[in-house]
Design a protein around this ligand. Structure first.
Ligand code: DP6
Length: 325
């Protein structure tokens, strides 16, 4: 059977950084994210007994470094479904891969939903999130709707993601600013394994539950300043850990810092705008919809040749009828 799924990327408000168990992909801490309406992957999977091996086409090309990771994830699902059949997989992202815009999150969420459906497995949302997690941790958060929490858990079943608030709960604007389309040198998987070498990692883990609660409360109360301050502090903490790990990881570019300073300046002049970053140079800004055009203009005059992708909080992974092949 053939199935196609569309899954959003997500941006973490409380980051997943460091693993408690690499094999099961259990995180060192629980995390919270919001799904992004205009950054997504669409994936079609078809099992075909005539195939001698899997065919993986990502963004129109068979020569992608994600191919092995993709077929490994198929193996996990094949085992669960009790089949050995190979599949053809096509996946398209509507944004540049490997540049810190969480393509693995949307990619593995879409792959998990399309593949489990194509094998005929009937799984709950909770089970889907645990399987997506095995492909890429942050992918677990791209399955449920809206604002999502991934409970760190202690084993495969208890490390799952669930929706905290639906997509339409709070229509804030989220601007992903693409300042560079170069593939980053250090992927997040490598970053996770070096994180504990930072002298600040222990302190982070000791304080993280309070931070998780703070972000949950800020969203529940729709207190934009409170949320903004919490996410900026968290992004700076993630990068402080990366910078002080052995070997150190410098994800930012000069333009990343210029955008951070621009946010501070805009706030001094009365505009509510806050930044976050995942493991890459691209700033992601949170603002109110009424201010988004003004902010986009300010960004374009600060940093030339940027592409800005504006999103709203989005639903999670869904099956769609338009197959890619
Ligand atoms: C900085 O989920 O990409 O974006 O499980 O090894 O694939 P793997 O890691 P991944 O890590 C995401 C790191 C982050 C923060 C976050 O999304 O929570």
């Amino acid at each position: 059977m053939k199935a196609t799924a569309k899954a959003p990327s997500n941006i973490a408000l409380i980051k997943f950084w460091g693993k408690a168990n690499e094999k099961l992909n259990l995180p060192a801490n629980s995390s919270i994210s919001v799904n992004l309406s205009n950054l997504y992957s669409i994936t079609t999977v078809e099992f075909d007994p005539k195939l001698k091996k899997d065919i993986v086409i990502i963004d129109g090309s068979k020569e992608q470094k994600e191919t092995l990771r993709t077929t490994k994830h198929l193996d996990v699902i094949r085992k669960l479904a009790g089949i050995k059949t190979h599949a053809k997989i096509a996946s398209n992202n509507n944004f540049p891969k490997g540049s810190g815009l969480a393509s693995s999150a949307s990619g593995f969420a879409a792959l998990t939903l399309a593949t489990t459906t194509a094998t005929g497995l009937k799984l709950s949302e909770k089970e889907l999130t645990t399987i997506a997690r095995l492909g890429s941790g942050s992918a677990s958060r791209s399955i449920p709707d809206g604002f999502v929490k991934w409970e760190k858990g202690t084993n495969h079943q208890s490390s799952y993601a669930h929706s905290l608030f639906p997509a339409n709960y709070w229509k804030i604007a989220i601007l992903a600013i693409i300042i560079s389309t170069d593939q980053k040198k250090t992927g997040s998987t490598e970053g996770h394994s070096t994180a504990p070498s930072s002298p600040f990692f222990k302190t982070r883990i000791q304080n993280i539950e309070n931070k998780v609660k703070e972000v949950e409360t800020a969203i529940r109360k729709k207190n934009f300043e409170r949320l903004g301050n919490a996410i900026e502090q968290e992004a700076l903490e993630l990068h402080s850990i990366a910078l002080t790990s052995t070997p150190p990881i410098i994800y930012w570019l000069p333009e990343s810092i210029r955008i951070m300073r621009l946010c501070q300046k805009l706030r001094e002049n009365g505009t509510s705008v806050y930044f976050t970053f995942d493991a890459g140079p691209q700033p992601v800004l949170f603002c109110l919809q009424k201010d988004s055009q003004k902010i986009a203009k300010a960004i374009k005059s600060e940093v030339k040749r940027t592409r800005i992708i504006q999103s709203l909080p989005s639903v999670g992974a869904k099956l769609i009828k338009n197959h890619l092949f």
